[in-house]
Design a protein around this ligand. Structure first.
Ligand SMILES: [Zn+2]
Length: 297
């Protein structure tokens, strides 16, 4: 009995030791790390689908979580510029500083959209380094998953075999899902939509849709009456098929345009946890495509 207890104790402490602590800035990266790491990783996300990742508070509880992190994965491209640098410094954890193996910036691994030709931080544009919301193109998820798998094997060599086989299994499921999504999303080609914040650009690009406008006059600037009135006018000349918004947006402006221009509005999950069906990355794309198809048909 004593031997058995000792064995269980060793097993428990080994498991605790083996787990990599992953700190994700956004829910999509937490979900991806969980898919790829399984029970070898303990994952936490700094934000939920109901929070605007551009603007959260660098709370002490987040600093504490970052102190224990072995790997930090964030969208980057200045999405978290208002709070991540502070967390990194305050954590005193040098394993996860930018440039070290414990730091992964997802947007640097893909082709970024909307990189401004002229750098202009004036007027409060929160996308000065291009659009950071890269996760809504499923091809980007595949690419980032490959890099994340490699990073996990480097940081936890003892479990490298597990990460590799989980990575292969994920890629296989993801490729099959992408084929399905491509077929399902075919009717969305060319369909014009108005977005709230420019957080759907990668999905719109992947699906071949058209962005007919955004409720924010510039990324990060709240909708103004003047801008909304202008959009209503524009919709008369060039009507969109839907006004889309995310769970962290105030739906008021979307409803306003929807009513004035007589265009349906729909909330899309935006990230994992944004709707009940978007429980994981697969559900995120399933639900986004279905909601759009139902709205624009
Ligand atoms: Zn943004």
């Amino acid at each position: 009995m004593r031997l058995l207890l000792l064995f269980v104790f060793c097993l428990l402490s080994w498991t605790a030791h083996a787990a990599l602590n992953v700190f994700a800035c956004e829910p999509e990266w937490a979900a991806l790390a969980q898919e790829l790491g399984g029970d070898k990783v303990a994952v936490t996300s700094a934000t939920t689908a109901f929070q605007d990742a551009h603007h959260i508070e660098a709370r002490p509880s987040l600093i504490a979580r970052m102190r224990n992190a072995d790997l930090v994965i964030c969208s980057g491209s200045e999405l978290e510029v208002g709070w991540l640098p502070l967390l990194l410094t305050q954590s005193g954890n040098d394993r996860i500083h930018p440039g070290s193996p414990g730091f992964l910036e997802a947007s640097q691994l893909v082709v970024r959209l909307e990189i401004p030709r002229v750098l202009d931080r004036a007027m409060g544009d929160v996308h000065p380094s291009g659009n950071p919301h890269v996760h809504l193109d499923p091809r980007n998820i595949a690419r980032i998953a490959t890099a994340l798998t490699t990073r996990l094997t480097e940081l936890d060599q003892a479990n490298a075999g597990t990460y590799r086989s989980r990575g292969d299994a994920f890629q296989e499921r993801w490729q099959a899902a992408m084929k399905r999504w491509q077929q399902q999303a075919a009717p969305l080609k060319g369909v014009p939509v108005v977005v709230y914040h420019k957080d759907m650009s990668y999905f719109i690009n992947w699906a071949g849709m058209r962005e007919a406008g955004s409720l924010e006059p510039k990324p990060g600037l709240q909708p103004t009456p003047t801008h909304l009135a202008e959009l209503v006018e524009r919709m008369k000349r060039d009507p969109a098929k839907a006004v889309v918004y995310s769970p962290y947006n105030n739906p008021g402006a979307a409803r306003f345009l929807s009513e004035r221009a007589n265009i349906p509005s729909v909330m899309l999950p935006f990230t994992v946890g944004g709707t009940e069906r978007a429980k994981d990355l697969f559900g995120l794309f399933d639900d986004t495509i279905d909601r759009l198809l139902k709205t624009v048909k």
